[in-house]
Design a protein around this ligand. Structure first.
Ligand SMILES: Nc1ncnc2c1ncn2[C@@H]1O[C@H](COP(=O)(O)OP(=O)(O)O)[C@@H](O)[C@H]1O
Ligand SMILES: [Mg+2]
Length: 314
C-alpha cells in the first residue's frame, strides 16, 4: 500500500517588495512512500524540504501539482486527522507544562478528556518524559522539547508521522533517542516521513530515501539502489600466506598490499574471487575476510553535491 503519493508538486515563492521576483522552491517533485516504511527526505539547507512538508500539511498552497496521503487528496480535511506533524522550529507554549501542552493538542483533535488523559500517560512513557510531565516547557532541553513535539505529533494516533528535521540541533544522545523513537514507531506499523540534512541519520534509519537539491529530486530509492557504481569489486584479506600464494594472487588481484601479517587484495569480480579462493586453498592460506567494495553513501553524496553544504555530522 502507498502511504504518500506526490505528483509533480511545484511551489514558487514571490520575493522582493516593489518588483516581485519568482523563486521556484520546489520543481515538479514526484515520489511515493510505502506504508510502514521510514522514509528519509534528504537535502542541504534551502533544498525545499520544509516547503514540501508545508505543502503536504496544507499550510501553504502549491503553484501546481498534487498529492495523495492515505489514498485521499491532500486537501481532504478528514484525512488530516490521521496524520501527525512536527514542524521544523516548533513554537512551544513556554509556560505550559508537558502534560498541559499535550492536553491542549489532544483537545484540538477533539479527543475526549478521558482519552486525552490516557493518551498523555502513554505518550509521556513513549518519549521518556514521564518525570518531566509537570515541568514547564521553557525549562526543557532541546532534546526534551523535540521529544515533547513528537509526543504532540502522536496525540491523535496518526498512521503517518511527518517530522521536519527532528534531529537537527541535538547532541549525539538526543539524536539517538529520536532515532530509537522513530524505530519504535515503525515497529508499531506507522509510516514515518522525515526530512534531514544530516547523512548518518538516513544511513542508519531509513528504508528508502529521496535526495532533493535546489527544489529538484536527484534520486530516490533504498540506499543500496542509490549506491551502484563500480560495486562488483571485492576486497579479501588473507593471513598465513607464503611467497607462492602471493605470486599466484598477484596474477588474479588488481591490487594487493601487505600490512603486518595480512595480505589485502582487491578482486575485480566474482570470478576473480573464486580463483583467489582456489589459490588460497591450494597454498594453505587463511581467509580473514571477504567484503564487497561498495561506494559509501557519503562518497555518493560528495559526488552529487561537489561543493555544497551538506553536513557529514551535525
Ligand atoms: N516564505 C518564503 N518566501 C520566499 N522564499 C522562501 C520561503 N520559504 C522558503 N523559501 C525559499 O525556498 C527555498 C527552499 O526552502 P526550504 O523549503 O525552507 O528548504 P529546506 O527546508 O530544505 O532548508 C529556499 O531557497 C528558501 O529561501
Ligand atoms: Mg527546512
Amino acid at each position: 500500500m502507498i502511504a504518500i503519493n506526490i505528483h509533480e508538486l511545484t511551489k514558487d515563492y514571490f520575493v522582493g517588495f516593489w518588483r516581485k521576483r519568482r523563486v521556484r522552491a520546489l520543481d515538479q517533485l514526484s515520489l511515493t512512500v510505502n506504508e510502514g516504511e521510514i522514509f528519509g527526505f534528504l537535502g542541504p539547507n534551502g533544498a525545499g524540504k520544509t516547503t514540501t512538508l508545508k505543502l503536504l500539511m496544507r499550510l501553504i498552497y502549491p503553484t501546481s501539482g498534487h498529492a495523495e496521503i492515505l489514498g485521499k487528496p491532500f486537501d481532504d480535511v478528514a484525512m488530516h486527522a490521521h496524520i501527525g506533524y512536527l514542524p521544523e522550529n516548533p513554537y512551544f507554549y513556554d509556560y505550559l507544562t508537558a502534560e498541559e501542552f499535550l492536553a491542549y493538542s489532544g483537545r484540538l483533535f477533539g479527543l475526549s478528556s478521558t482519552r486525552v488523559k490516557s493518551k498523555i500517560d502513554e505518550l509521556l512513557q513513549v518519549v521518556d518524559l514521564k518525570d518531566a510531565r509537570r515541568l514547564q516547557l521553557r525549562k526543557f532541553s532541546k532534546g526534551m522539547l523535540q521529544r515533547a513535539g513528537i509526543a504532540q505529533a502522536l496525540i491523535n494516533d496518526p498512521e503517518i508521522i511527518f517530522l521536519d528535521e527532528p534531529m537537527s540541533g541535538l547532541d549525539p544522545i538526543g539524536r539517538r533517542e529520536i532515532r530509537d523513537l522513530i524505530l519504535g514507531l515503525k515497529r508499531e506499523g506507522k509510516t514515518v516521513f522525515f526530512s534531514t540534512h544530516i547523512l548518518p541519520d538516513v544511513e542508519t534509519l531509513c528504508d528508502r530515501v529521496a535526495i532533493i537539491y535546489k527544489g529538484k529530486l536527484l534520486g530516490c530509492g533504498s540506499l543500496t539502489e542509490l549506491l551502484v557504481g563500480d560495486s562488483s569489486a571485492i576486497e579479501m584479506v588473507v593471513s598465513q600466506f607464503n611467497y607462492e600464494l602471493q605470486t599466484a594472487l598477484r596474477l588474479i588481484a588488481t591490487d594487493q598490499n601487505v600490512a603486518g601479517n595480512m595480505l589485502r587484495l582487491t578482486l575485480p569480480d566474482q570470478a576473480a574471487l573464486f580463483n583467489a579462493l582456489d589459490a588460497v586453498r591450494a597454498h594453505g592460506g587463511q581467509v580473514v575476510h571477504v567484503h564487497p567494495l561498495k561506494e559509501s553513501f557519503e562518497d555518493y553524496f560528495v559526488k552529487l553535491f561537489a561543493n555544497e553544504s551538506i553536513s557529514k555530522a551535525p
